[in-house]
Design a protein around this ligand. Sequence first.
Ligand code: GRF
Length: 196
Amino acid sequence: MSNDAPLNLVVLISGEGSNFQAIQDAIDASKLNAHISLLISNRADANGLNRARRAGIDCTVVKPLKGQPRSEYDQRLIEAIEPHAPDLIVLAGFMRILSPLFIQHFSGKVINIHPSLLPAYKGLDTHQRVLDAGEKHHGASVHYVTEELDAGERIIQSRITIDTNDTASTLQQRIHQEEHVIYPRAIQLIIDQKRA
Ligand code: GRF
């Protein structure tokens, strides 16, 4: 990419797509020098698809076929993504584990947002788990994706203090707000590094 060309992003989602929206809003507000060339969902009913259509972003559904091995599904994803030649693949609530085939194909180009202060609380159900453990703090992390789940190099984190009356639901809302700030920021940090 030339030095000031917008970073070319492909975004993968499974659901609401509010993180995708936060990234698109940052682009629209000229706070992020990037362009989303494609949004992919593995679910046809993901609300993020409606958001993408409203924003005029090219979007497609790559639906897993019954009994299809993970690597075959991921090969279909690769084929959908490749023509767009992205600089970065942004996982924004994409609820599938990607195979080594996919990770190796796009090595160093895949990032994810995870609702915990990694390396603590990898995996699912993080809000309830931090409450059950009596933690004082919680947060969100943006990290590079490697073959080991939620273990790649961290790019940025946001930390909140847990209130005594927080529930899993209030934590989810509070963490979402943090995510919407740090995901565009993480992408900007990557842009700055590329230019340095
Ligand atoms: C976020 O909480 C993110 O941390 C997790 O999935 C959720 C996606 O939310 N990986 P949304 O679809 O972006 O609203």
